[in-house]
Design a protein around this ligand. Structure first.
Ligand code: FES
Length: 157
């Protein structure tokens, strides 16, 4: 389970500074911010805009366009369910509905107890053994209700 640092503007400045030498640094900066704090807080938008000399709207547009960027702190465990084509064709819709029902929250949300965040992901490269999911970075293929229940139980423990 990943451990994230509490938000700190000073720490955020250090994190984004590490990538300022890159050409096209916005995406690496956003990923680093999420890896550090577990999400991309709104407060980073003006900081990045100023640093990169672009508008806040531009930064905000990138943050909201990519599904990978989380806007709220994640739960203790993150369950990602593949929502791309091959997994959908292999029963992904029903599995997603099952997970939402079991967890009592929708994709993109965190359970009320803060234990599990469930998110969509778009292809894990395991289309041949679809449907797939990932719990805290561990990939699971050939998902079915029984295996999904086991993952949810693991995430809730
Ligand atoms: S579509 Fe789900 S792993 Fe490729």
């Amino acid at each position: 389970m990943p451990h994230y640092e509490p938000w700190s503007e000073e720490r955020a400045r250090t994190v984004i500074e590490e990538f300022s030498h890159l050409e096209g640094p916005l995406m690496p900066m956003l990923h680093a911010v999420q890896e550090t704090f577990g999400h991309v807080p709104d407060a980073i938008v003006p900081m990045l805009a100023e640093k990169l000399n672009v508008s806040r709207a531009e930064v905000h547009g990138v943050v909201t366009f990519y599904h990978d960027f989380r806007h709220e702190p994640a739960g203790r465990h993150v369950l990602k369910i593949c929502r791309a084509e091959a997994c959908q064709a292999a029963g992904g819709d029903a599995l997603t509905a099952h997970a939402e029902h079991k967890l009592g929250c929708k994709l993109g949300e965190t359970t009320a107890d803060g234990r599990v965040t469930v998110e969509p992901i778009y292809c894990l490269g395991l289309c041949a053994t679809a449907p797939s999911a990932m719990l805290d970075g561990k990939i699971v293929a050939r998902l079915n209700e029984r295996r999904l229940d086991a993952l949810i139980l693991e995430a809730q423990s």
